[in-house]
Design a protein. Structure first.
Length: 599
């Protein structure tokens, strides 16, 4: 660590020397590379350091280590630093983003500040002015810096302050709906500022849903991040009424109707994201609860390769979706990523020579060249009607958002038999359970056997945070479950990981999610069982297939590889049966489990 004031002296001694000149002087880049980077900088608006790495003049690591050594300062890994929020917010978020800087630590009267570009003397002078304390500079990676800023400047305090402002404005009287409507375009309206802050916070943490729930004395705002709800409580239930009213106005809903559920939607620009917001209201005991599903239309659609499918499944799935006809079903519970898988598959086969029509409720992503139809059951535009009309539109591929009733299943299966490739979803726990669901919906076995090509079942598991990953010790319950799956001897050899919690994962130990899949491709034995409507035979035929790997096995492989935790595996596949073939080890496991239970 450089002594206090060292970095200041080094920076001041280089007042007339810029980054490009430093690198040229050291022979790390050529004049031609500098000119190329400067031209790129002018076009892109990036800092010179990033421009140099973008044009390939110097690698990011080499640039960081060169700068740190030349300036006599440290190069710090932000992921390894435990940040104190009270210290971080000494520099306002606006300034942190503008100056590409973050207050890392406070040492007596000296603040350690991470800067993406320590040679930016303007930024350094502005830091000293803003903080009004002695500053010691360290170099940090710009990408990591921006990601950390998104994490540490959570807007919970801002939400609390704005909620208090809304509460004060409302006073003790009822909400003035006319006044609220009149002020709708006002940027200064506290309700609008509160909503804006909530949406920005949701975008920063990549939340998929926002729940607004009035309780007796408080308002609960919950965000679903990586499939798990995170709660923030606001004092004062009446703030919720103002939020609900404003959201109803934005969604085109009836603000006077509070006894019946309503559904609406609106689009909003938040930071650099365009969100399509689906709004659902529900009358509850203490007012109206609202759930908003956030769909980021500006996000790039995920490719099949990035979904997380094991290589063996991905190769077969590619081959299946390139067939000219047949039905492909994607199954799993709500929130398991079925729609993302279907859209990724459609994106893969979407080309000028292929006519694709979809029937969706709702249309979650907008795709070019694809004819997407939004279902409106209230006016009679249901899945059955759209499918019947779609077949007269000369399609090659049809996507049905969900098989909800017998009519939809029947039309979809017949379309698959008449030369169309049909994609759809079902809510079933596994690929094998799909046959039973189709029979329950009234589909005849001969029709299913003739049309169905494959079933892919899936779940989503949370990834272990790479910044705080460490070895995990299994609890007794986890060990017993593992032994029941792989046997005592195999279980004793396996090692697992978990995250202890850090700034990057909001102290959860998880960051991001990955799909867990099982693919059941139809063959003669499976179609024969379907034709005879023999569920037991269908299950046994699936278990005999060498290329069929159940969900439990796929999830457990991820845990063994350190991608997820054993907790996540148990959470998503609880109740599903074991995955490994019986052997002596499994018999030993059954004995061990029995002894544990009896003991």
């Amino acid at each position: 660590m450089s002594t206090p004031g060292t970095s200041v002296a080094r920076l001041n001694s280089r007042k007339k020397l810029r980054l490009g000149e430093l690198l040229l002087e050291a022979g790390r880049i050529s004049q031609q590379q500098l000119d190329e980077a400067l031209a790129f900088q002018k076009k892109s608006g990036y800092k010179l350091g990033r421009s140099l790495t973008e044009v390939g003049a110097i690698s990011e690591d080499d640039l960081h280590h060169f700068l740190a050594k030349r300036l006599g300062i440290e190069f710090l890994d932000l992921g390894a630093i435990d940040l104190d929020k009270k210290t971080v917010v000494l520099l306002p978020e606006v300034q942190a983003r503008r100056l590409r800087s973050l207050v890392l630590k406070k040492r007596r009267d000296i603040l350690l500040v991470g800067m993406a570009d320590p040679t930016d003397l303007f930024a350094y002078d502005e830091l000293c002015r803003q903080l009004n304390q002695q500053v010691e500079v360290a170099l940090v990676n710009e990408t990591e810096l921006l990601r950390t800023i998104d994490i540490v400047y959570r807007r919970t305090d801002e939400i609390d302050a704005l909620a208090a402002e809304v509460k004060e404005e409302l006073g003790e009287d009822r909400i003035d709906l006319d006044q609220l409507t009149a002020d709708e375009d006002s940027e200064e309206a506290p309700v609008l500022k509160l909503l804006r802050s909530m949406f920005r916070d949701a975008v920063q943490v990549k939340a998929s849903d926002i729940h607004i729930e009035p309780d007796e004395t408080v308002l609960r705002i919950r965000q679903r991040v990586d499939g798990v709800l995170q709660e923030h409580v606001i004092e004062g239930r009446r703030v919720g009424s103002a939020l609900v009213t404003r959201l109803k106005l934005m969604s085109g809903l009836d603000i006077s109707e509070k006894r019946l559920p309503q559904d609406g939607r609106f689009s909003i620009q938040v930071i650099d994201s365009t969100l399509d917001v689906r709004v659902s209201t529900l009358p509850v005991q203490h007012g109206e609860a609202i759930v908003m599903r956030l769909l980021d239309q500006s996000a790039n659609l995920m490719t099949l390769e990035k979904l997380g499918m094991p290589a063996s499944i991905l190769e077969r799935f590619h081959r299946i979706i390139e067939r000219p006809a047949g039905m492909i079903l994607v199954t799993g519970p709500t929130g398991s990523g079925k729609t993302t898988t279907l859209y990724s598959a459609l994106n893969h086969v979407n080309d000028p020579s292929t006519k694709i029509i979809t029937a969706e409720d709702p249309v979650e992503y907008r795709l070019q060249r694809i004819n997407q139809v939004q279902i409106h059951a209230q006016i009679g535009l249901d899945f059955g009607r759209v499918l019947r009309t779609a077949l007269r539109q000369d399609p090659d591929i049809i996507l049905v958002g969900e098989m909800r009733d017998r009519e939809t299943v029947d039309i979809g299966l017949r379309a698959a038999m008449t030369g169309h490739l049909v994609f759809s979803t079902l809510h079933t726990v596994s690929a094998v359970a799909t046959a039973n669901r189709l029979f329950d919906m009234g589909a005849p076995g001969y029709l299913i056997a003739a049309a169905l090509q494959s079933i892919i079942a899936q779940r989503l598991v949370r990834r272990v945070c790479e910044s705080c990953k460490e070895s995990a010790e299994l609890s007794m319950g986890q060990r017993v479950w593992l032994q029941s799956q792989v046997g005592v001897k195999k279980a004793a050899k396996l090692k697992f990981m978990h995250g202890h919690g850090c700034n990057h994962c909001h102290l959860t130990g998880y960051r991001g999610r990955i799909g867990v899949y099982e693919l059941l491709e139809m063959d003669t034995s499976l179609t024969d069982a379907l034709r005879c409507e023999d569920l037991t035979g269908f299950t046994k035929a699936a278990e005999r297939k060498k290329d069929y790997v159940p969900l439990v096995r796929c999830a457990l492989d991820y845990a063994i590889d350190g991608i997820t935790t054993i907790d996540e595996v148990i959470r998503i596949v609880g109740g599903l049966e074991g995955v490994y073939e019986d052997d002596e080890d499994d018999i030993e496991a059954e004995s061990a489990v029995g002894e544990t239970s009896d003991g």
